[in-house]
Design a protein around this ligand. Structure first.
Ligand code: HEC
Ligand code: HEC
Length: 433
């Protein structure tokens, strides 16, 4: 009996071991793979303005997409590659791709066995990147997110091309809706920001609210997003730095420094990027935007009318928005210099009603929001709008306005939140037509 048991156990387990499964039963034959879609190195990608990407046409899925007349990049076409605005990673030799794939797998594992190797234990703890958490996150992700955000978090899942705005591609390490101070450099979000996005969804877009998952499930998903984002950004920067583009031949070959020992060259680079980008994520966890508390009462308790202070603030907000300050900061109006710093109308033309499409950091199209519409993707609490104005919206071209006085940011918040509602505009004495 005692001899048979181990044998029986082997017989039972052998098929699983031989076929090869990850720790959660997902086939270990499935790997993230090295990216095949072009790297966007610049946002001057083609015909902008009135040419939105159409449903079903993701601007850039493969290099040949620029040859499609429906693609907004069609006008510049192949020159985008020659001029270095896009880079096609399929031009890397098969041998070098295999090396890169092997190294990335050594650090980040596979979907069935995700991990983040090469970061210190403090980062692993703060960002919750232990294997158990990642493995649980990966299972949930494949169930709920993959069809939009893609297996590797590239935003190119099968559903992704049909929805606009397209699902976030995590591989740039850029996230839009954060409470993290972005005034000097773009930074990753806090775990709390990602948690909130999952819990509330993103208003006005296809991103659902996952409010029926448990808190633990959401935390596991947050860790997994960090894992995918780190992996994607390391891959992006490594392809960008380790390979030279030859415009004549159209090839990407390993830079001269790496030719003698490709494996160790790439490995050292990946190792450096992993710890560098993990450090950015760790720093973000404590870099919340400093916002003074909201200084206004909405209504006068006695008359039930808008308070005079709030009314003044909304009017100041409009001046700032239009970049129109007073010569001397008379009374309650902002100075010319201060208003020039805001000048929201330069992008939100006609309060956003006539804003133009532009390419964003992901190579998709975005336009400055029509702010007469009440939907705020990043949340519509006053503090959410404060964060957007203070630190901008990463990747979208909406710049940070952290140089404005904090109270002027509150004025802009008040104005922007009044804009969609005719009765409130009237009460505040605001004209927009
Ligand atoms: C039906 C498609 C769809 C599904 C399913 C979906 N998302 Fe999204 N997601 C989107 C879209 C679209 C956006 C981009 C919205 C935008 O740019 O404003 C987005 C954006 C995001 C962002 C970026 C937020 C930011 O601040 O930039 C995160 C993080 C995210 N999704 C995580 C998830 C996770 C995790 C799941 C699964 C639990 C998931 N999504 C499922 C469509 C989807
Ligand atoms: C350089 C161009 C630019 C400037 C200047 C600019 N914005 Fe934006 N803004 C954008 C773009 C682009 C978006 C849309 C981002 C997206 O959809 O991802 C946006 C979106 C917004 C949103 C929507 C946020 C949400 O949660 O949906 C608000 C509010 C906003 N801007 C307010 C302002 C205010 C106030 C100012 C002036 C202080 C300003 N913007 C200046 C480009 C700009």
């Amino acid at each position: 009996m005692t001899k048979i048991l181990p044998l029986a156990a082997f017989a039972l387990l052998a098929p699983i071991v031989l076929v090869g499964c990850g720790s959660d039963g997902y086939s270990s034959a499935i790997v993230y793979g090295v990216r095949t879609d072009p790297l966007v190195l610049d946002d001057k990608l083609g015909k902008e303005g009135y040419e939105p990407d159409r449903p079903g046409v993701l601007p850039i899925l493969l290099a040949k997409d620029v040859d499609n007349p429906f693609n907004p990049m069609y006008e510049k076409g192949a020159s985008l590659f020659k001029d270095g605005l896009l880079r096609d990673p399929t031009k890397i030799s098969d041998k070098d791709r295999r090396t890169l794939s092997k190294i990335l797998q050594a650090y980040f594992g596979r979907p069935g066995e995700p991990q983040v190797a090469g970061v210190d234990s403090t980062a692993t703890r703060i960002l919750k990147l232990d294997q158990d958490t990642l493995s649980a996150g990966s299972q949930l992700y494949r169930l709920h997110c993959l069809h939009c955000h893609g297996l590797a978090g590239d935003g190119r899942g099968p559903t992704g091309r049909w929805v606009n705005p397209h699902p976030r591609d995590y591989r740039l390490g850029l996230f839009k809706f954060t409470s993290v101070d972005q005034s000097d450099v773009p930074r990753p979000p806090s775990r709390g920001d990602l948690y909130r996005t999952l819990q509330t969804g993103i208003d006005g877009t296809a991103m659902p609210a996952f409010n029926m998952l448990t808190g633990d499930d959401l935390q596991n998903l947050v860790s997994y997003i960090i894992h995918l984002s780190l992996r994607g950004k390391v891959e992006f920067e490594t392809i960008k730095k380790a390979f030279d583009y030859d415009p004549a031949k159209g090839t990407l070959s390993i830079t001269e420094d790496g030719r003698d020992d490709v494996y160790n060259y790439i490995d050292a680079m990946v190792s450096e990027f992993v710890s560098l980008f993990a450090k950015d994520w760790v720093e973000s966890q404590t870099k919340t935007i400093a916002a003074p508390s909201y200084p206004y009462a909405d209504f006068d308790k006695e008359t039930r009318a808008m308070t005079a202070e709030l009314k003044e603030s909304i009017q100041r907000g409009q001046k700032l928005f239009l970049g129109e300050g007073a010569d001397k900061a008379k009374g309650v109006m902002p100075s010319k210099e201060e208003a020039k710093k805001a000048n929201c109308v330069s992008c939100h033309i006609d309060y956003g009603r006539q804003a133009r499409y532009k390419f964003d950091a992901w190579g998709t199209l975005v336009k400055a929001q029509n702010l007469t519409n009440p939907i705020r993707r990043g949340g519509d609490r006053p503090i959410d709008v404060f964060y957007r104005i203070h630190s901008g919206i990463n990747g979208s071209g909406m710049v940070a306005h952290s140089k404005l006085e904090p109270n002027h940011i509150w004025d802009l918040v008040n104005f922007v939140q009044t804009l969609p509602f005719p009765a409130m505009r009237k009460a505040a004495g605001i004209e927009i037509d």
